[in-house]
Design a binder for this molecule. Sequence first.
Ligand code: BGC
Length: 332
Amino acid sequence: MTTGRRYFLYVFGGVLFLVCLFLTVHYGRETFYLEGQINNKKDYDYHFVLITEEVGNDYWRLVENGAREQAAANNVYLEYIGPEQADLTENLNTFERMIAAKVDGIFIQGLPDKRFNHLVNKAKDHNIPVATIDADTPDSNRDFYVGTNNYQAGQLAGETLIKNTSGTINVGIVVGSKESINQQLRLQGLKDAITSVERINLVSIDESAISEIGAAQATYALLKNNPEINALFGLSALDGIGIVQGVEEMNPNKYPLIIAFDTLPETISLIEKEKIFATVVQYPNQMGQQAVELMLDLKKQQTIDELNFTDTGVLLKNDIKDGESLLIGDAN
Ligand code: BGC
């Protein structure tokens, strides 16, 4: 064998060894991920998991913050996981994985799928309590719900329109997702509030996939196909912001009255600029805190309520000072 060839074989062998080493370490870490999490738990009293609809979504980050505060104060290890982008199947798979990991409690948005109720039962069979958060499934065996009364929140949105307008109003609605349980309830509450008022007509509904860009596209389509629309609702946290983008793109000189959901900083700033008229306030931070608190009570065998509604309200321009909401308890 020539020296050159031998040299090549040494280098090739070395590279192959490094690649194998990398793959062993990488997949070893993936495989033992759950075990690692569980070992981590030893220093804590409990290991709770918050499964989010979308991991980077600012609204869910507020829920996470509240849960983390409460967890830190009570020696609880809190894991926060979910898909990069809303994905029902991935959420259900994560739910199943967390049951297999034998965590001590699970918080998850109530999901519109038969498999969800089945997994709640499976968790209960393993003595793992499950709380729904942000959206409820009362027909499942979940232990309790913490979050907005979504039907009432939809009604509030509708009443805000009724109170602050006169003359004919043609409504377009952007929902996060037509399947989502809280969106369906908000939509129903909103419809029920406005149908009794003759001068208000519901024209069309579109979806945003809970993203700003999705809401902008939905708005553009709504306005293009129904130029008579003069009021728009956004029923999930990023919809109001996206609706403004869609209006600006379509015709910035013809602003419909916009009613949004949630108090993300950008929404508050658009209310101050009078682009969004009002927003329905939820308290995601409070949801996270209360969820952990109640789960701990449950662990101590205390009796807790099944339905734990967090506050709601309506935020108008007058309720904002220096970019901050003045509504009580709105420190999220
Ligand atoms: C809803 C959440 C949703 C979020 C999306 C909120 O209004 O309560 O369910 O994930 O909007 O941005």
